[in-house]
Design a protein around this ligand. Structure first.
Ligand code: PEP
Length: 251
C-alpha cells in the first residue's frame, strides 16, 4: 500500500508574518483525519522558521532545491547537509522552473537526486513535458528520458527511497489541469518504466501529480490508481485550500 503524499511547493512566496499564519494553520489543521503524509517545501530563508513552527506537528519540512555537491565555492547553492541542519526530510529536484529558468539538465537533476539520497533526504524528482512536446506526441518520450537519467544514476533500488512527481509544464501555475485520465496515463507509463527493471520497487513507488491541483479537482485526481498524491503550488499558499486538498485523500 502506498501512502499518499501531499506536498506544498511555496516557490518564491512568503514572508515571516504570512508564513507564521500559514504554518500555524497547517500545524493545527493536519490531524489524524488526514490519511496522507503532508509536506511543505519552503524557500531556504524560511527553513528555520518552518522547522520551529512545525515541530510537534504532523507536517514535515522540505526544500525546493539541493546542490549536487557537498560543499565548497558554489555561491548561492545550498547543500544537503545544510538542509539536514533544519530537519528537511524531502527536497524537490528538477522542478520544471529549475529546468526551464536555470537550465538544469537531466544529468544534473539525477546528480541532485543522488546527493539527497546519500544523506537520507527523500528527493521528489519532477518530470513533465511542455505543451509543444505534448502536441507533437512526445510526452511519453520526454518523461521517459527524464526518468531514465535518474534511474541510470541512482539505480532502480534507490527508487524505493524517492518520490516521482509528474508535472506537465503546461499545467503548472496556468489553471489548466491535466484531466485525471491524462495524468493517470502518464503515471502508468512511469510506473511501467520502473516495473520493467523491478516490479516490487515500482509497486511501492509514490508518483504524485502536480499542475494546478485545487480543492475542486483533487478528489478526482487522487482517486486514480497510479496517482499517489499531489505536488501543489498556488493552492498550498492558502491554508484552507491546502487542507481541503489534504482531506481529499481517499486511498
Ligand atoms: C508546482 O509548484 O509544482 C505546481 C504544480 O504549481 P501549481 O499547483 O500552482 O500549478
Amino acid at each position: 500500500m502506498r501512502r499518499t503524499l501531499i506536498a506544498g511547493n511555496w516557490k518564491m512566496h512568503g514572508s515571516l508574518s504570512s508564513n507564521a499564519q500559514l504554518l500555524a494553520a497547517l500545524s493545527s489543521g493536519v490531524d489524524e483525519a488526514v490519511a496522507a503524509d503532508v509536506l511543505v517545501c519552503v524557500p531556504f530563508p524560511y527553513l528555520a522558521q518552518a522547522q520551529l513552527a512545525l515541530s510537534g506537528s504532523k507536517v514535515v519540512l522540505g526544500a525546493q532545491d539541493i546542490s549536487e555537491r557537498a560543499q565548497g565555492a558554489f555561491t548561492g547553492d545550498v547543500s544537503g547537509a545544510m538542509l539536514q541542519d533544519f530537519e528537511c526530510r524531502y527536497v524537490l529536484v528538477g522542478h520544471s522552473e529549475r529546468r526551464c529558468l536555470h537550465g538544469e539538465t537531466d544529468v544534473q537533476v539525477a546528480a541532485k537526486a543522488a546527493a539527497a539520497l546519500a544523506l537520507g533526504i527523500v528527493p521528489v524528482v519532477c518530470v513533465g513535458e511542455t505543451l509543444a512536446q505534448r502536441e507533437a506526441g512526445q510526452a511519453a518520450q520526454v518523461v521517459a528520458t527524464q526518468l531514465a537519467a535518474v534511474l541510470k544514476h541512482v539505480g532502480v533500488a534507490a527508487f524505493s527511497r524517492l518520490v516521482v512527481a509528474y508535472e506537465p509544464v503546461w499545467a503548472i501555475g496556468t489553471g489548466r489541469t491535466a484531466s485525471a485520465a491524462q495524468a493517470q496515463e502518464v503515471h502508468s507509463w512511469l510506473r511501467a518504466q520502473v516495473a520493467a527493471l523491478d516490479a516490487d520497487v515500482a509497486a511501492g513507488l509514490r508518483i504524485v501529480y502536480g499542475g494546478s491541483v485545487k480543492p475542486e479537482n483533487a478528489f478526482e485526481l487522487f482517486a486514480m490508481p497510479d496517482i499517489d498524491g499531489g505536488l501543489v503550488g498556488g493552492a498550498s499558499l492558502v491554508a484552507e485550500d491546502f487542507l481541503t486538498i489534504c482531506r481529499a485523500v481517499n486511498h
